[in-house]
Design a protein around this ligand. Structure first.
Ligand SMILES: [Fe+2]
Ligand SMILES: [Fe+2]
Length: 224
């Protein structure tokens, strides 16, 4: 039975609770030294997840669900960094039910949000796979809050070195490519692998779920 109403990404973005949760989640993560996880990261993940779905021909409704899941995926950091994918899923469900979303769509989003982290998540659905790829693609210098720790913190250093990071979907060849430009004066490509290898593994599995191969291209060299 589907007795909810159609909820789109704009409704979710503009909902006052979404704004407060996201702002606070980002603020608290800043206190413990994490990179930016606020409105910028949410917006970008939503946009990329939507594009992946759309390019692969999954249709408007499923693409919109991926966008909403992408927007809400890190909101649980407001509770704690640990298991934030689970808390994000429950907070997302609360918000989406309040907005009147049908249960079938909420469930789809909960699963995608709850599985987005490589330590405890798996690409268990189409929407989940799109969100995983979109989230892991966001490596960029604008996420670094202060350059003070770049010498000492490998996450800050690698993010700061990333000048460009894009996902390209080739529907014909059935391939998804993560294309990154790293300033090797700031961080070596090896450092990227040091911290992101497990992320690349889940990206490969997510692409496979979407019946695509996964390519990693850094500084125009294909590494995966
Ligand atoms: Fe996350
Ligand atoms: Fe994220």
């Amino acid at each position: 039975m589907n007795n909810g109403k159609k909820v789109n990404l704009e409704d979710v973005k503009n909902y006052y609770r979404t704004k407060i949760y996201l702002e606070k989640a980002n603020e608290y993560l800043g206190v413990i030294g994490y990179t930016e996880h606020g409105e910028r990261h949410a917006r970008l993940t939503a946009k990329v997840a939507y594009n992946i779905m759309h390019c692969l021909g999954y249709g408007e409704h499923a693409s919109e669900l991926a966008a909403i899941a992408g927007y809400l995926h890190d909101i649980g950091n407001v509770v704690h960094r640990d298991y934030h994918s689970q808390s994000s899923a429950f907070i997302a469900s609360e918000i989406l039910y309040e907005l009147g979303m049908p249960c079938e769509d909420v469930v789809e989003i909960m699963a995608a949000v709850g599985n987005h982290e490589e330590q405890i998540g798996d690409p268990i659905s189409i929407v989940t796979s799109a969100v995983i790829l979109a989230d892991k693609a966001d490596v960029h210098r604008s996420r670094v809050r202060t350059t003070a720790m770049i010498k000492f913190d490998i996450h800050d250093r690698v993010n700061y070195a990333a000048r460009r990071s894009t996902i390209e979907v080739n529907e014909k060849n059935k391939s998804i490519s993560l294309n990154i430009t790293i300033d090797t004066k700031i961080s070596q490509v090896m450092e990227y692998f040091e911290i992101f290898l497990s992320r690349m593994m889940i990206c490969r599995r997510a692409a496979k779920f979407l019946n695509c191969t996964f390519n990693l291209i850094i500084n125009e060299i294909r590494l995966l």
